[in-house]
Each structure stands twice: as structure tokens, then as C-alpha cells.
Design a protein around this ligand. Structure first.
Ligand SMILES: [Zn+2]
Length: 117
């Protein structure tokens, strides 16, 4: 991954390589983030709780089943069932995402900051 990004806080451009990424665990929540090498500002990537991690696991499993189903030419009804399951998981994740992100931002930046762009 050779992506670069620019820090909103100090304007420094930096590479988004593996070392920049880290995670914090707080209770049931795991917050993945990357941080600026110059000023240490933390940027939210993904926050999960136990339920979200289960959904991520299930989604990976269902996607593997769909791929296998296509390769081995499962009947359409079976494939359709997997695809519906995948859609259900995605919708649930999308619904959970805003709340988890807000929680993650709070964990990263502390409560009461209140000046988020
Ligand atoms: Zn910075």
C-alpha cells in the first residue's frame, strides 16, 4: 500500500503504511485508527463491538460460500440464499456503523471536544 494522506491538523503529508495503523481496545470496543507521525493526531478507521466482529466474521464466511458456490455451480436457490444472507449482514452493518463510529471518535479524541468537521 503506497497511499499518502495529508494531516488535517498540521498539514504534513505522510505514507499510510502499516506502522501508522494501530488499535485501542476499550471494554467491548476495538477502535482501529492511524495517526500522523508529525503531530500524533489520530484518524478513525473502523470501530467494532462484539456484534460487529461477529458480523464481519459471518460476512467473510458467506462471501467464501458464494465464491465456492459459483465455482462449483451450486443450484440458484442455494446461491440466492447465501446472497440474501450477505445482504442482510451488510444492511445490519450499515445500520450499526454511525453509532460505532461516534463511539470510536469519542474513544480516540475524548468526550466533550465537540469541534469535529
Ligand atoms: Zn499532523
Amino acid at each position: 500500500m503506497n497511499e499518502t494522506t495529508i494531516c488535517n491538523k498540521c498539514g504534513r503529508e505522510f505514507m499510510l503504511d502499516k506502522q501508522r495503523f494501530s488499535s485501542i481496545r476499550e471494554g467491548d470496543f476495538v477502535v482501529q485508527y492511524f495517526s500522523c507521525p508529525a503531530c500524533g493526531e489520530r484518524y478513525h478507521v473502523f470501530t467494532s463491538d462484539k456484534e460487529m466482529r461477529e458480523l464481519v466474521g459471518r460476512r467473510t464466511a458467506v462471501q467464501a460460500q458464494i465464491r465456492m458456490g459459483h465455482a462449483k455451480k451450486f443450484n440458484r436457490k442455494t446461491l440466492r440464499k447465501y446472497e440474501q444472507e450477505l445482504e442482510r449482514i451488510k444492511r445490519k452493518q450499515e445500520k450499526m456503523m454511525p453509532t460505532l463510529k461516534a463511539t470510536g471518535e469519542k474513544i480516540l479524541h475524548g468526550e466533550g471536544g465537540g469541534q469535529n468537521a
